[in-house]
Design a protein around this ligand. Structure first.
Ligand SMILES: Cc1cc2nc3c(=O)[nH]c(=O)nc-3n(C[C@H](O)[C@H](O)[C@H](O)COP(=O)(O)O)c2cc1C
Length: 202
């Protein structure tokens, strides 16, 4: 393990369940892999842009001259994509917002899921290019979604697994910090999730 990329999304700082569980995971990872580089990318602070016309053109053109001309517009996407491709382990620690992922995380996904860089079309299908990586999802939510009547409302884990699989990351484990808004569960959510971190195959 040479490089670990940890994407953190919640803007709630010390109150954040996903960040708190990610901290526990970071401690375990640095203990197991003391020489690995751990990058913590804070999307709440980064304010990544939505894709606009010029950025889209810059990251999708097949014309080398146009690519050279639009190099600056592609820079942020290039850097984030390189960072992802260079990592051996990707951790995404995110809240559920309105049953899906926060738009800050979607903005990161839009910048790194790129034809020719992280996936490519081939023989009528698609091949993921982000090979030989593992991922861990740390998912915080107010309700419970791993089982029970709200399971089908979860558009976080199914989406993240699908999009990671699309770019070639299929070894994905999940830790849930769920029930943060349920008074009878809330106090135990982070301790339970932190214990689950100890059981991850790392
Ligand atoms: C804007 C917003 C939308 C939310 N939407 C949902 C939701 O759809 N379902 C849910 O169970 N919890 C929802 N919550 C609760 C959060 O998922 C919960 O507070 C979780 O702990 C947030 O993660 P964090 O503690 O890492 O910030 C929402 C919270 C906010 C602020």
């Amino acid at each position: 393990m040479k490089k670990i990329l940890m994407i953190e999304v919640s803007p709630r700082g010390k109150d954040s369940a996903s960040r708190s569980v990610a901290d526990t995971l970071a401690v375990r990872l640095t203990g197991l892999y003391p020489s690995a580089e751990l990058i913590r990318r804070d999307l709440a602070a980064a304010h990544l842009p939505h894709l606009d016309d010029i950025t889209l053109r810059a990251i999708s053109t097949k014309d080398p001259a146009e690519a050279a001309r639009l190099k600056d517009a592609a820079r942020q996407s290039d850097q984030l994509t390189d960072e992802l491709l260079e990592s051996d382990l990707l951790v995404i620690a995110t809240p559920m917002w309105n049953f899906g992922i926060p738009s800050a995380l979607k903005a990161w996904i839009d910048l790194v899921v790129r034809p020719g860089r992280t996936f490519q079309y081939s023989g009528g299908g698609v091949v993921g290019l982000a090979k030989d990586k593992k991922a861990i999802l740390v998912l915080a939510s107010g309700g419970v979604f791993s089982e029970g009547p709200w399971k089908s409302w979860d558009f976080v884990e199914p989406y993240l697994r699908q999009i990671l699989g699309f770019i070639g990351i299929v070894d994905v484990q999940t830790v849930r910090a769920e029930g943060m808004n349920l008074p009878w569960l809330a106090a135990e959510v982070v301790p339970t999730a932190s214990r689950a971190v100890e059981k991850l195959a790392l």
